[in-house]
Design a protein. Structure first.
Length: 111
């Protein structure tokens, strides 16, 4: 298993937990229908877990990137998700880039 796959899957799994807890916050704070908040939250969390398992395929990294966009845009409902989504998007990019550098040939990952 590649380092990139391990790191990106770790980000997606942690992100699934953030989506669940963000959904709980949205239930308390948002004016959106409860069923919609639960459905979107579960779909996002399950989507992250499924994509984490599919990272052996190249296209799954693109889907993971789309999940990052979705998490950031959830800040429209719960403003704190702009910050958390941005942090997870940065983790996603960092995991992808740093693992790619490490796999390319033993160069120093962090300078």
């Amino acid at each position: 298993m590649s380092l990139r796959r391990i790191l990106c899957a770790s980000v997606l799994i942690a992100e699934a937990f953030v989506i669940v807890f963000g959904s709980l916050a949205a239930l308390a704070l948002a004016q959106a229908p409860r069923a919609a908040v639960v459905a979107v939250g579960l779909a996002g969390a399950v989507g992250c877990l499924i994509v984490a398992g599919l990272l052996r395929y190249r296209w799954a990294y693109a889907v993971g990137s789309l999940l990052q966009v979705g998490l950031v845009s959830s800040g429209v409902v719960v403003p704190a998700m702009f910050v958390l989504g941005g942090l997870f998007a940065a983790l996603w990019v960092s995991a992808f880039v740093l693992a790619h550098r490490a796999e390319r040939g033993g160069r120093t990952v962090m300078r």
